[in-house]
Write a protein that binds this ligand. Structure first.
Ligand SMILES: [Zn+2]
Length: 170
């Protein structure tokens, strides 16, 4: 499977579930019109994005509605941002790397988001295993088995430390 196909799946997912997401309307995003010119010029966005993960001085965001005048990333692509002097303003620095996606614990869903609950709350995402070989290792006598490529998402509970995995496939 290609990265592009995965992003397309992500896009469909977020487009479908956008209304459920919390809006952070107070936060402004400074978007350089070119990734080579981080000093500006900028387009300022106050909406059209989701903050996927946030740390003290950095954030990972995505635009579901890319601002006019910017064309160096696609909608639903993860972007690495740094907090500015104004604490509610972040500047897009570049596209987020795969390592950052893992470090910030952001799942790439194949199908719709499927976060299990425990102790009455959504569980915390730990990480995922992507596998396209398991489909060829069907155990003898198995009536159902995985096909093509599958991803297994591991979660834990912040209250009782229970663990749970969710599997999805194309
Ligand atoms: Zn629990």
């Amino acid at each position: 499977m290609t990265t592009a196909f995965r992003w397309e799946c992500r896009g469909l997912f977020f487009a479908a579930s956008g209304r459920r997401r919390v809006r952070f309307s107070r936060v402004k995003i400074l978007v350089p019109t070119s990734p080579q010119k981080l000093g500006g010029p900028f387009v300022t966005a106050e909406e059209g994005f989701h903050i996927i993960a946030r740390r003290e001085a950095t954030a990972i965001i995505e635009f579901f509605d890319r601002p006019a005048g910017v064309d160096w990333f696609d909608e639903f692509e993860l972007l690495f941002c740094a907090k500015q002097h104004d604490p509610e303003t972040f500047k897009v620095i570049r596209k987020a790397t795969d390592a950052e996606r893992k470090e910030y614990r952001i799942p790439v869903w194949i199908q719709d988001e499927e976060v299990p609950e425990c102790c009455g709350k959504p569980m915390q995402f730990v990480g995922q295993i992507d596998d396209d070989r398991l489909c060829g290792e069907r155990p003898a006598g198995a009536k159902l088995w995985w096909h093509d490529a599958a991803s297994f998402y591991v979660f834990t509970c912040a209250q009782c430390l229970a663990c749970k995995a969710v599997g999805q496939q194309f």
